[in-house]
Design a binder for this molecule. Structure first.
Ligand SMILES: [Zn+2]
Ligand SMILES: [Zn+2]
Ligand SMILES: [Zn+2]
Length: 422
């Protein structure tokens, strides 16, 4: 079983960390236990040149970072080849990926939609980047903004490379997505028209999980996949997709097209996403969809329209109850997790970004294994012995879904209710 995270960004994208380099992406993929990572930003010429220089071909359509560029953590003065005692570690594979921001007019409305592309080789990346460079500037931002209908982007990608995979990105975010409240569509057909049948999967984004998505029957024909959309290497794998396929581009593409070998997703708790509920961050107003309706969509503090979140948007498009969605989503396994650093901080009363959390995080990786192994697989008793009862107990609750949330809204991430570990 492979853990994959296709949607990430390089340091050439706007508002990303300077450490979004191949060296750190590779290091963090090993720390996290992610097997297949997107390169992100394939359209950017400087990033593409770097990819070509630093990556070596591995299996069909997959690449690995050349040994001379690889970074290693150290413990007790020794270089760490694999996290966790007795663990065998896989060298992360890279797959060529990139995101394009389409801004255009359709049916009298302005549309802003982000799309993710997966490609089998650099030649395809070159050809598609070349075509896009004739439409707009692809050099200023690793995620270029183009006046290009996403139906046309899909057609262009398939024209240049029949094996490319097109996936609408974070489909529910209010501002930049295919179903977004502000500039989205009501059905895939409205957006993609005659090209609709070439869309096989949707990226669900941080603020929704498969259960929420399966309330919406227009998504029935689509596979649901999850990625981190990381803007810094430490955020890799916030969400991810599980594959049981031949390790190759072909294997992955086939799984996305047919669903065979697609084994589910690792999810943020939707409540933790920045746009789960409605409200105004600055006014301190957080509404459920029902509360927003009761207030006529207006913020009682400032009198302006509240920012409508993902839960609300799904409510608008849903034609199934949560109960009905459970049986529809029954075949689709998913796990909800939070990052190990948050677990450590919470359990020990540390600051998430503090030094003590950092030290404990590295200690646990060295002693137990990569982050996903710790969160998903390693027996709770073993975690308790190494990390303390509180941490073990929190991982246990996480795995069982027994966590209470203060939901995210209007750009603010949700937080765990501190009562959870008492
Ligand atoms: Zn995006
Ligand atoms: Zn992105
Ligand atoms: Zn307000």
């Amino acid at each position: 079983m492979y853990i994959a995270d296709f949607h990430i960004h390089s340091r050439y994208s706007y508002a990303t960390s300077k450490t979004c380099t191949l060296e750190y992406l590779d290091l963090w993929a090993r720390r996290k236990g992610i097997h297949i990572v997107g390169t992100g930003d394939f359209t950017h010429p400087a990033w593409r040149a770097e990819l070509k220089e630093k990556l070596a071909p591995a299996e069909d359509g997959l690449y690995i970072l050349k040994e001379e560029y690889r970074l290693y953590d150290e413990a007790d003065g020794k270089k760490i080849d694999a996290y966790g005692r007795g663990q065998k570690e896989m060298i992360p594979r890279f797959i060529i990926s990139g995101e394009i921001s389409s801004v255009y007019k359709k049916e009298g409305r302005s549309r802003k939609v982000h799309s993710l592309l997966l490609l089998p080789d650099f030649e395809a990346a070159e050809r598609i980047a070349d075509r896009l460079s004739q439409i707009g500037n692809i050099c200023s931002d690793g995620r270029p903004t183009l006046r290009l209908d996403c139906r046309d982007l899909l057609e262009l990608a398939l024209d240049e490379c029949g094996n490319s995979i097109y996936i609408p990105a974070h489909i529910w975010t209010p501002h930049f997505s295919v179903f977004g409240e502000f500039s989205g569509f009501e059905t895939p057909d409205e957006c993609f028209g005659d090209m609709t049948s070439y869309v096989y999967a949707m990226e669900t984004g941080l603020s929704s999980d498969p259960l929420m998505n399966r309330r919406v029957s227009v998504l029935d024909d689509y596979r649901l996949i999850s990625n981190s959309d990381a803007h810094s290497p430490g955020n890799l794998g916030r969400e991810a997709t599980l594959f049981d396929v031949e390790l190759s581009y072909r294997g992955i593409a086939e799984a996305i097209r047919t669903g065979n070998g697609l084994c589910g997703t690792i999810e943020f708790f939707p409540q933790e996403g920045k746009y789960h509920l409605d409200g105004h961050r600055k006014c301190g107003v957080c509404f459920t969809p029902a509360e927003t309706k009761a207030h006529g969509g207006v913020c009682p503090v400032c009198g302006r329209a509240v920012t409508v979140g993902v839960a609300h948007r799904i409510e608008e498009m849903a034609d199934r109850s949560e109960e009905e969605a459970k049986s529809a989503a029954g075949k689709e396994p998913f796990e909800s997790l939070i990052p190990l650093k948050e677990v450590i901080a919470m359990a020990n009363g540390f600051a998430v970004k503090g030094k003590r959390t950092e030290r404990e995080y590295m200690r646990l990786l060295v002693q137990l294994g990569p982050e996903f192994e710790v969160l998903r697989k390693i027996p709770v008793e073993q975690i308790s012995r190494t990390a303390g009862e509180q941490t073990g107990c929190l991982v246990d609750k996480l795995r069982k879904g027994k966590i209470k949330w203060n939901s995210g809204f209007d750009g603010e991430y949700g937080t765990i209710d501190p009562g959870v570990i008492q």
